[in-house]
Design a binder for this molecule. Structure first.
Ligand code: UFG
Length: 319
């Protein structure tokens, strides 16, 4: 299938683009390199250096779009909400408009657990209330809402995948390596591994007074290769006029302290921690029920061990 992958020079987008190329699709990556890296665009994919608001003729003949390009830092979204509304919502509406003009009828959209906000129960189901606690989650939820309307109006087949905590790295069958390398790194596992490499002295633990067994936040970590595979299934499942929403996680929670402990075991390095205050907007526990995508699309996570997820991230760091 001829496909356009927006944000395909970023962490998750590049892994999905690589898997699409491997599956024999004709892939074009559209990315403005605002946070992505040109060398992350997989071999075998075309690259168009442009923002999503200017997709234009890059959509010519395209049958499906996988849309990753977005601002994705919760903290930044609180400080600069306008950036999130204009990029994530405004940019996506422009892309949807262009897709309609070019007759593109399939879309897989990168949504997030942040659309749920502070959950009432765990694990979270797709039918649970969506009450985002930051502009990042709100902007993604607004797109999900727009997609429901658009799919009905314009015969679009759309799937929103709500990611929980994505981690690990991906080695393609040819040996090419895809890893997380954000210039501004806010995520737990890469920050802990930076301590293990000696790049940082310690990692902050944001809050130890949460109502969880060890007082630190609990998250559901999913391997990027498993997450990426779900996009190929979602693409095949797109149905004209329908918008579907699926959670993507492993269904098991790990606390911040447990993650640090696994990183110590995997790397063999001491990892000093410093207890800091809670990070505003962090829910205590975020764990997915991915039962719906397992039942409807036959997706199953294969790399569910936390040690394997951390080991893949660790082994991908050049040193
Ligand atoms: N944490 C630390 N120290 C750090 C970094 C993180 O203690 O240096 C803690 C956070 O407070 C949180 C947990 O580790 O409790 C995980 O934090 P991440 O930043 O790795 O991930 P988040 O759960 O905040 O974010 C993820 C996605 C977001 C999404 C969010 C939904 O990366 O895109 O889930 O709430 F919005």
């Amino acid at each position: 299938m001829k496909l356009l992958v927006t944000g395909g020079a970023g962490y998750i987008g590049s892994v999905v683009a690589a898997q699409l190329v491997e599956a024999g699709h004709d892939v074009t990556v559209l990315d403005d390199l605002s946070t992505g890296h040109a060398d992350a665009v997989p071999r075998g994919a075309r690259f168009v250096n442009r923002p999503i608001t200017e997709a234009g003729d890059a959509l010519d003949g395209v049958e499906g779009v996988l849309h990753f390009a977005a601002r994705s830092l919760v903290g930044e979204s609180v400080e600069k909400p306008g950036l999130y509304w204009s990029n994530n919502l405004g940019g996506t509406l422009a892309l949807l408009h262009a897709m309609h003009e070019y007759g593109v009828r399939r879309l897989v959209f990168s949504s997030t657990a942040a659309t749920y906000g502070e959950p009432e129960r765990s694990p979270i189901l797709e039918t649970d209330p969506t009450r985002p606690t930051n502009p990042y989650g709100a902007s993604k939820l607004a797109v999900d809402t727009a997609l429901t309307a658009y799919s009905g109006l314009h015969k679009l087949g759309a799937v929103s995948l709500r990611y929980f905590n994505v981690a690990g790295a991906y080695t393609a069958p040819g040996g090419d390596l895809y890893r997380e390398r954000h210039t501004v790194e806010t995520h737990l596992i890469p920050n802990v591994l930076r301590v293990a490499t000696g790049e940082r002295e310690s990692v902050s633990v944001f809050g130890t007074d949460y109502p969880t067994p060890d007082g630190t936040c609990v998250r559901d970590y999913i391997h990027v290769a498993d997450l990426a595979r779900a996009h190929l299934l979602a693409l095949d499942a797109t149905t004209e006029g329908e918008h579907r929403v699926y959670n993507l996680g492993n269904g098991t929670g790990f606390s911040v302290r447990e993650v640090v402990e696994v990183c110590r075991e995997v790397t063999g390095h001491e990892i000093p921690t410093v207890v800091g205050p809670r990070r505003p907007g962090d829910p205590a526990v975020l764990v997915a029920s991915s039962e719906k995508i397992q039942r409807e699309l036959g997706w199953k996570p294969e790399r569910t061990s936390m040690s394997e997820i951390v080991a893949d991230a660790w082994n991908a760091i050049p040193r």
